[in-house]
Structures are given as structure tokens and as C-alpha cells.
Design a protein around this ligand. Structure first.
Ligand code: AMP
Length: 215
């Protein structure tokens, strides 16, 4: 099964993707993670995208489609792929459709994660991530354990994303509504769209996602 998790920044796409990776042996393809990797490895492309990302703007379609193409053509995923943070524009959605048919793959579900904007701001500004395994914490709802060790991998190094600040979030939200939200209509028209309430507890959202995947 290949699926897209669609929703604004902070909707919980990454958290749900990790649950699906663990429970269903799926492979998470997060263009945000790929771009952060590129920037921290100091490649030419990493340098180009760093400033764009920090300001909260979208990186060019050409770059992200290239990253996804590279991953899809160089590996396999028995449990299927989870596209997390991709596609974000109509051009990316078309490119993904073409790429999937080229590879003889299907897109089985597009899951929209709905959350209201106020919740997003407080979620994002309270977010921290384990630097070793990527487990996501939140100062209010899922604080870093009191002993300072990640509950998943025991790591002790936690980081906050450079673009998780109120100013950059405004631009990211605008980019979502302007460039990404049209994908909701696009996939609805293709008969592929389902929605979940992303504001619930993590386990409840995971259950709603599982129900959609089980048809
Ligand atoms: P994310 O981790 O998905 O929130 O992405 C972080 C940042 O990476 C975004 O604000 C964009 O600058 C960039 N980015 C990630 N995915 C895409 C994409 N599919 N298209 C364009 N820019 C992207």
C-alpha cells in the first residue's frame, strides 16, 4: 500500500508515519527529512535549500521531485511507501502520479489530517525531536522524559527545528493554504481522499488512519 499523509505543518504527519513504519513495515519518505539531511551534510543542494527552508518557503518542485524519484527508483518497500510532506504542489502531485505509473505502482490512499491553526502554532512552537532517532516530543503533550533520555532510543540529544518559530510558521501556513491545500480537491476528484481529525490523541488518530488503510 502506498499512501500520502496530507496536512499543514504540525498536523502530526511525521508522528503517524513513524507509527505506520513500526506497525506495518512501511517506508517513510519525508521530503522535509531528506532536505534537512542534505543541508546538514553541506552539499551544494543543501546550501541552496537552507535559506528557503528557514524562511518557511517551499523548495523548488524540481529539487523535491528529484529527491523522490531517486528514492523510488533506487529501493523497494515491501509494506509500501508513506509520502510525508510530499506532494506539496499540484506539479508535484502530477509528477508523483506519473512516477508511480512508470514504476507500475499505485497510490492507494490520501489521508488528510485536519487540525485548526491555533493548535498548530502551539504544537509547533513546543516541538522537540530526538537527534538520534527522530522521536517527536512536545513540551505540553509529550514532554521529554524527566531523566533526559529518549523513551525510544535512550538518546540524550534533543533539537528544535530552525523553522519551528512563530515567524517562519506564518509563512509555512500561508504556503500550505496557497500551494498545498488545492491537493485536497485534486485527490477528492480522483476518488482517493479520506480525512481524519488530527486533533485527537496520537493513538486515536492512529486508529482512524488504520481504519482507512483496512478499508
Ligand atoms: P517539513 O519537515 O515537511 O515540515 O518540511 C520542512 C521544509 O522543507 C518546508 O517548510 C519546505 O521549506 C521544505 N519542503 C519539504 N517538503 C517539501 C516539498 N514537498 N516541496 C517543497 N518544499 C518542501
Amino acid at each position: 500500500m502506498n499512501i500520502i499523509l496530507l496536512g499543514p505543518p504540525g498536523a502530526g504527519k511525521g508522528t503517524q508515519a513513524r507509527i505506520l513504519v513500526e506497525g506495518r513495515n512501511m517506508v517513510q519518505l519525508s521530503t522535509g527529512d531528506m532536505l534537512r539531511e542534505a543541508r546538514s551534510s553541506g552539499t551544494e543542494m543543501g546550501k541552496i535549500v537552507a535559506e528557503v527552508m528557514d524562511k518557511g518557503h517551499l523548495v523548488t518542485d524540481e529539487i523535491v521531485i528529484g529527491l523522490i524519484r531517486e528514492r523510488l527508483t533506487s529501493g523497494t518497500a515491501e509494506g509500501g511507501y508513506i509520502f510525508d510532506g510530499f506532494p506539496r504542489t499540484l506539479a508535484q502531485a502530477d509528477a508523483l502520479g506519473n512516477l508511480m505509473s512508470e514504476l507500475g505502482e499505485t497510490l492507494d490512499a490520501v489521508i488528510e489530517m485536519r487540525v485548526d491553526d491555533e493548535a498548530l502554532v502551539s504544537r509547533i512552537t513546543a516541538r522537540a525531536t530526538c537527534a538520534s532517532c527522530g522521536e517527536v516530543y512536545n513540551d505540553q503533550t509529550k514532554p521529554i522524559p524527566a531523566d533526559g533520555h529518549c523513551s525510544n532510543c535512550n538518546g540524550t540529544d534533543f533539537s528544535r527545528r530552525a523553522d519551528d518559530n512563530a515567524e517562519s510558521l506564518k509563512t509555512r501556513l500561508l504556503a500550505y493554504y496557497k500551494q498545498t491545500s488545492p491537493l485536497i480537491g485534486y485527490y477528492y476528484a480522483k476518488g482517493a481522499l479520506s480525512s481524519v481529525d488530527g486533533l485527537g490523541e496520537i493513538d486515536d488518530v492512529a486508529e482512524a488512519v488504520a481504519k482507512i488503510l483496512e478499508g
